[in-house]
Design a protein around this ligand. Structure first.
Ligand code: 2CO
Ligand code: FE2
Length: 206
C-alpha cells in the first residue's frame, strides 16, 4: 500500500488535501480506526476522507465490474474484516436495490460516476400501521458523499440517470446479511439478504 508523499498523518490532519486512489484511502481509513476513539470523530474523519478521495480511471477499470443481469453489482475493494469494508457498486440503468437496513454503525456512499437516487424510509409511527413511509428522496451526483444508518431509517438506492452509475461504499463494521423488504407496505414482512460479491480485489468470483 502506498501513502501519498505527504504521509498518512498529514492526510488525516488535513481537512482538504485530496486522497489519491483507493490504496491511500484504505491506509487513511486504517489510521482513522487506530487514532480516533469515539464514533463522532471517526464518522467525521471517514466522511472527510471519502469527500477527498479521487478514484483513478485505472482503479475504476479494475474494480467497477458490471454484471448486466443484476440490478447492481457488488465489488469488494478492501476490508480489514473487523472495522470496515470498502466496496464499489455498479448500477445498471433503471435498476435499484430493494429497501434494506444496515446492521452496522454506519454506511457511507460516494457517487463516482453517473447519479443515483436514494429513497429513505421509516417505520410509520402509528402502532396500527405496518408500513414503511418514504420521508426523503435525494439525487446524489458524482462527487457527493452520503451517510446512512438504522437510526436515520432504511433506504433503497438506484441508478437515476440514463447512463450506468458507479458508487463507492464504506460499511463499518462489515456485516454479512441484512433485512430486505419486498414492499414498503409490510414492515413486519422482511427477508434476510445475504451479502455477496461479484468480485474481490478485482478478481471476479466465478
Ligand atoms: N447497502 C446496499 C448493499 O450493500 C447498497 S445501498 O447502499 O448502502 O448492497
Ligand atoms: Fe444500503
Amino acid at each position: 500500500m502506498s501513502a501519498s508523499p505527504r504521509g498518512v498523518e498529514a492526510e488525516l490532519d488535513s481537512g482538504s488535501a485530496p486522497i489519491a486512489g483507493l490504496d491511500t484511502l484504505s491506509t487513511v481509513i486504517d489510521s482513522i480506526f487506530k487514532t480516533s476513539d469515539n464514533w463522532i470523530d471517526r464518522r467525521a474523519a471517514i466522511h472527510s476522507a471519502l469527500n477527498r478521495t479521487v478514484v483513478t480511471p485505472s482503479e475504476l477499470s479494475t474494480f467497477a465490474l458490471f454484471d448486466p443481469r443484476l440490478p447492481y453489482t457488488r465489488n469488494l475493494v478492501a476490508t480489514d474484516n473487523t472495522h470496515y469494508t470498502l466496496l464499489i457498486l455498479c448500477w445498471n440503468v433503471d435498476k435499484e436495490s430493494p429497501i434494506h437496513d444496515h446492521p452496522c454503525d454506519g454506511c457511507f456512499i460516494k457517487a463516482l460516476q453517473g447519479k443515483i437516487r436514494e429513497s429513505r424510509y421509516v417505520k410509520d409511527a402509528s402502532p396500527e400501521s405496518d408500513q414503511l413511509v418514504l420521508f426523503q428522496e435525494t439525487i446524489v451526483h458524482s462527487g457527493a458523499v452520503t451517510y446512512m444508518d438504522d437510526f436515520v431509517g432504511y433506504h433503497k438506492v438506484g441508478c437515476a440517470g440514463t447512463e450506468p452509475a458507479i458508487t463507492l461504499h464504506l460499511y463499518t463494521p462489515p456485516y454479512h446479511s441484512c433485512k430486505v423488504w419486498a414492499s414498503p407496505e409490510r414492515f413486519s414482512s422482511w427477508s434476510e439478504g445475504k451479502v455477496t460479491f461479484y468480485s474481490k480485489h478485482g478478481q471476479p468470483m466465478n
